[in-house]
Write a protein that binds this ligand. Structure first.
Ligand code: ASC
Length: 130
């Protein structure tokens, strides 16, 4: 899928960056920083759900080096645990998508919190400091 390590690194960073942008739009509604727009929430949740499945292929073996990136070597030493974390994130995003499709702001708030926790768990364990 990737010719060079830097292609994989760019791919995963791109997917995560775009995902954060679309998740952020929903998170802003959940926190009241933006007005609740059910249609926009559902559209953004669909995009996040699709994107949530993509970054992981970019964590190809040996791509802790090759371009500027903050991936720790533990990702490949603890690959089962890392996969558990990514699966958890995908599952929490699926719940967010369900809540957003239902137009249920209370459920969206809960799901946004759980998705955020699942992002943070891997960042805490597997993302190096700047
Ligand atoms: C976001 C984002 C993350 C997570 C994380 C949650 O919106 O870009 O990486 O939430 O900050 O703690």
């Amino acid at each position: 899928q990737f010719q060079k390590p830097e292609d994989a690194i760019k791919y995963r960073q791109g997917a995560l960056t775009v995902m954060a942008s679309h998740f952020g739009r929903i998170a802003a509604m959940a926190s009241g920083r933006a007005p609740f727009d059910a249609k926009a929430a559902a559209e953004n949740a669909d995009i996040v759900a699709t994107l949530s499945k993509l970054p992981w292929a970019g964590f190809a073996e040996g791509t802790d080096k090759g371009a500027p990136n903050r991936a720790k070597a533990e990702i490949w030493k603890e690959s089962a645990k890392f996969k558990e974390g990514s699966d958890k994130m995908i599952a929490e995003v699926a719940k967010l998508e369900t809540a957003a499709k239902a137009g249920n702001l209370d459920q969206i708030k809960v799901a946004v919190g759980e998705v955020g926790k699942s992002c943070k768990a891997c960042h805490d364990n597997y993302r190096a400091e700047k």
